[in-house]
Design a protein around this ligand. Structure first.
Ligand SMILES: NC(=O)c1ccc[n+]([C@@H]2O[C@H](COP(=O)([O-])OP(=O)(O)OC[C@H]3O[C@@H](n4cnc5c(N)ncnc54)[C@H](OP(=O)(O)O)[C@@H]3O)[C@@H](O)[C@H]2O)c1
Length: 375
């Protein structure tokens, strides 16, 4: 293996004059340090959080190819109203891709045993042909697992497991989850079934409900159905859920969940309180699938909380031992509980094709894309 190694890396830049540019830049990696490896990246998922950095708030109707055959680019306009939020990243060429997997092609002297091994990695800059990374940020994949099997072994699995950890830490009996047929939502169902945690799934179509029924989900409510609120309150009454994780964020979904929790509690209340029930109702907003403002009418008393949730600070709170316990479960159940499915595998160059961008930017159920930079 040549050393130093040069490979292409996908970069995203938003300029001060309001344009997004995606490009493939050559990057040369010096030899790995004693505790580092260089991995040939063979699979990296395009998750909603990656898309946030990759495309920013670009107007998809303005996608335009450019550059040269050797150095292709893709540009798009950023709406003026969204530019102030982009200020901290303006004119910086940003590497993208939170997690990925591939084969170790160079290894430092303290971690030489990793040479040739397939590993999963977390740490950014994964949409690249080669990634230099500390060995501690890699997990060796189980025998027989492919790079595609290991590509999504950190972000969604650890977030789904963190939801159940939160439920236990905060003493809730059951949980509500939105956009529940997502890749993460399917994992959460398999975890909750195995761990006997009642889970109320909120989906927005019958097709999504069917996906979750197939997994074995017991409580599924469809927000597009006319009796959604009653059905949600019924499921929350039956399970006693006082905790929700919401990936949508915008609009009235959080409000609806808090109302349903309060109504469920009131079904068995024996005394009236003008401040609402004393039972704490907690919603963690962990995604931004709907970027419109969140509307809360506060018609459910005063014992409630709505806050953001990010997996990395949660894992820091959980501590090293807890995090290693969750990671070990992911490895043990990589191709079952934590299996991810991809509709399409694309090369780095294809990630700059406007038609392909439109497809992966949809974030539609069961339509996750994988980048294989080694193609
Ligand atoms: N905070 C954290 O630390 C953290 C960590 C990991 C993941 N996440 C978040 O977890 C969520 C799920 O990720 P994933 O990779 O599992 O997603 P995914 O597989 O790409 O699925 C996205 C799902 O969201 C649905 N959806 C999209 N826009 C929606 C909207 N406006 N209202 C309702 N549903 C909508 C889609 O349904 P349709 O087919 O109907 O569009 C689809 O089922 C994302 O929001 C991601 O950002 C957060």
């Amino acid at each position: 293996m040549a050393n130093p190694l040069t490979g292409l890396e996908l970069r995203s830049t938003i300029s001060s004059d309001g344009n997004l540019t995606l490009s493939l830049e050559p990057v040369t990696l010096a030899a790995p340090g004693p505790d580092e490896v260089i991995v040939r990246v063979e699979a990296a998922p395009l998750n909603p959080s990656d898309l946030g950095l990759l495309l920013g708030p670009a107007d998809m109707a303005t996608l335009k190819t450019g550059g040269t055959a050797d150095h292709p680019t893709l540009t798009a306009a950023i709406p003026a109203a969204r530019m102030p939020a982009m200020k901290p990243r303006l004119d910086q060429s940003m590497a993208v891709g939170n997690e990925g997997a591939g084969t170790v092609v160079l290894a430092g002297e303290n971690v030489a045993e990793l040479l040739g091994k397939k590993v999963g990695m977390l740490g950014g800059s994964m949409y690249a042909q080669y990634r230099k990374i500390a060995a501690r940020d890699c997990i060796v994949l189980p025998e027989g697992a492919t790079a595609a099997d290991g590509a999504s072994m950190f972000v969604n699995p650890l977030t789904a497991l963190s939801m159940v950890e939160t439920l236990r830490m905060e003493g809730h009996k059951a949980l509500v989850h939105t956009a529940a047929a997502s890749n993460l939502g399917q994992m959460l169902n398999r975890i909750c079934i195995a761990d006997n945690v009642p889970l109320v799934n909120i989906v927005r179509s019958e097709a999504q409900a069917a996906i979750l029924r197939e997994i074995g989900a017991k409580y599924i409510v469809d927000s597009s159905a006319p009796d959604f609120r009653e059905k949600l309150t019924d499921a929350i009454t039956e399970t006693g859920a006082t905790l929700a994780f919401d990936a949508i964020g915008g609009g009235r979904i959080v409000n609806t969940i808090l109302h349903a929790m309060e109504a469920a509690i009131n079904r068995t209340a024996t005394a009236y309180s003008r401040y609402g029930s004393a039972t704490w109702k907690q919603v963690y907003v962990y995604g931004m699938l709907d970027t419109s403002p969140m509307e809360l009418d506060r018609g459910y008393g005063l014992a409630w909380g709505v806050s953001g949730f990010l997996v990395t600070p949660f894992l820091m709170k959980l501590g090293l031992e807890g995090t290693l316990r969750l990671r070990a479960r992911v490895v043990a159940e990589l191709t079952t509980t934590f299996a991810s499915h991809y509709t399409n595998t694309i090369s780095l160059a294809e990630a700059l094709d406007p038609k392909v961008v439109e497809a992966y930017a949809k974030k539609a159920t069961g339509e996750k894309y994988l980048i294989d930079p080694s193609r």
